[in-house]
Design a protein around this ligand. Structure first.
Ligand SMILES: C[S@@+](CC[C@H](N)C(=O)[O-])C[C@H]1O[C@@H](n2cnc3c(N)ncnc32)[C@H](O)[C@@H]1O
Length: 287
C-alpha cells in the first residue's frame, strides 16, 4: 500500500480529504485530514498502486484550487500482532472471553466467547485498550439494547463481533486498513457472525457507507488520541441524541484534552476505565 501526505491548513486538509473520498475516479482507498500540531494539518491518502506525487498535486489543484505538495511513500506490511495467539492465554473482560482456536473448549458456558485468529490486525483482547472497550461494552449492553452500533477502527473485528453476540443484532465495522477489514471479515465468519457484522474500508466517518447508516446509538472507537481529537465533530454529527460513545487508545495524559474536545462537541462523561497506563472513556451525546 502507498501513502501520500500533503501538509496544509486544517480547512485545506479537510477539503482535499473529502474530495479524495467522494470522487470515485480519485483512485484513493481511504483518506483522512489529520492534525500534526495546533497549527499544522495534513491530508493523508492511501492507494493500492503507487501514485505520482505531481499527478496528485495537479488533481488537488484542478479539483479544489489548493496548492498541495504531496509526498508518496510505500507502507511496510503491517504486522501489529507479532506473536501468534498460540501460547497466549484467553482474556476475560466482563462477560467476554477472547480466545484462540486452541482454547475454544475452555470457554465457560455462561461466557460470551470471541474467537480471534492470529492475523495481521490489532485486537486479540490482550491489549489494555481492547480490554477496556470490551469491559465498557459489557457494562453498557447490560442496561441498554443498542440497535445501531458502529465499531470505528475495527482491527481484528473483536469489538464488533462481541457487540453482535450480546446485542444479537447488526453492527457496522470500519477500518482505514483493507488488511484489517479482511481479517475482521474472516473473524466474523469464524464466530458465526457474518450475517451481523458489515465491514467497510473507510478512514474516519465520512464514507458513504457510514454516513448512510447514521444516526448511531453506540460508537466504539479504539484508535489513538490524535485521530480521535480530529474526529470529534464528525462522530458527534453521526450520533443519535442520548447515544453512547466508547473511546480508547488514550494514554492517561491524553484524557483531559480528549475530554475537553468531546465536551465541546456535545458529549458528557459517563465513566472511565484504566489499565496499564491506558484509558477507555464512556461518553454520552446530547444529555
Ligand atoms: C488500536 S486498533 C483497534 C482494533 C480493535 N478495534 C480493538 O479494539 O482491538 C486501531 C485500528 O483503527 C484503525 N484506524 C486508525 N485510524 C483510523 C481512521 N481514521 N478511521 C478508521 N480506522 C482507523 C487502524 O487501522 C487499526 O486497525
Amino acid at each position: 500500500m502507498f501513502r501520500a501526505v500533503a501538509y496544509l491548513s486544517e480547512q485545506e486538509a479537510r477539503t482535499l480529504s473529502a474530495i479524495f473520498m467522494e470522487d470515485e475516479t480519485s483512485g484513493a482507498l481511504a483518506s483522512a485530514a489529520l492534525e500534526e500540531s495546533e497549527t499544522r494539518w495534513f491530508c493523508e491518502v492511501l492507494f493500492d498502486a503507487a501514485p505520482e506525487a505531481a499527478t496528485l498535486d495537479a488533481y488537488a489543484h484542478d479539483m479544489t484550487g489548493i496548492e498541495a505538495a504531496f509526498q508518496v511513500s510505500e507502507l511496510p506490511d503491517i504486522d501489529w500482532v507479532a506473536k501468534s495467539l498460540e501460547g497466549l492465554t484467553a482474556v476475560t473482560a466482563g462477560r467476554f472471553v477472547v480466545h484462540g482456536a486452541h482454547e475454544r473448549a475452555s470457554v465457560p458456558a455462561n461466557a460470551v466467547g470471541i474467537e480471534i485468529e492470529a492475523g495481521q490486525a490489532f485486537g486479540t483482547g490482550h491489549h489494555a485498550t481492547t480490554w477496556g472497550c470490551l469491559v465498557a461494552i459489557d457494562r453498557l449492553t447490560r442496561k441498554r439494547a443498542y440497535r445501531h452500533p458502529l465499531d470505528l477502527g475495527c482491527g481484528s473485528g473483536v469489538l464488533a463481533i462481541g457487540l453482535a453476540k450480546v446485542l444479537r443484532g447488526k453492527v457496522l465495522a470500519s477500518d482505514i486498513d483493507p488488511v484489517a477489514v479482511r481479517v475482521a471479515r474472516g473473524n466474523a465468519r469464524l464466530n458465526g457472525a457474518s450475517a451481523f457484522v458489515t465491514t467497510v474500508v473507510a478512514g474516519g466517518m465520512r464514507h458513504r457507507a457510514i454516513a448512510s447508516a447514521t444516526p448511531f446509538d453506540l460508537v466504539v472507537a479504539n484508535i489513538l488520541a490524535r485521530p480521535l481529537r480530529a474526529l470529534a465533530f464528525d462522530i458527534a454529527h453521526a450520533m443519535a441524541p442520548g447515544g453512547d460513545l466508547i473511546l480508547s487508545g488514550l494514554r492517561l495524559a491524553d484524557v483531559r484534552r480528549i475530554h475537553a474536545t468531546y465536551r465541546a462537541a456535545g458529549f458528557s462523561r459517563v465513566a472511565e476505565i484504566q489499565r496499564d497506563g491506558w484509558a477507555t472513556l464512556v461518553l454520552r451525546f446530547g444529555y
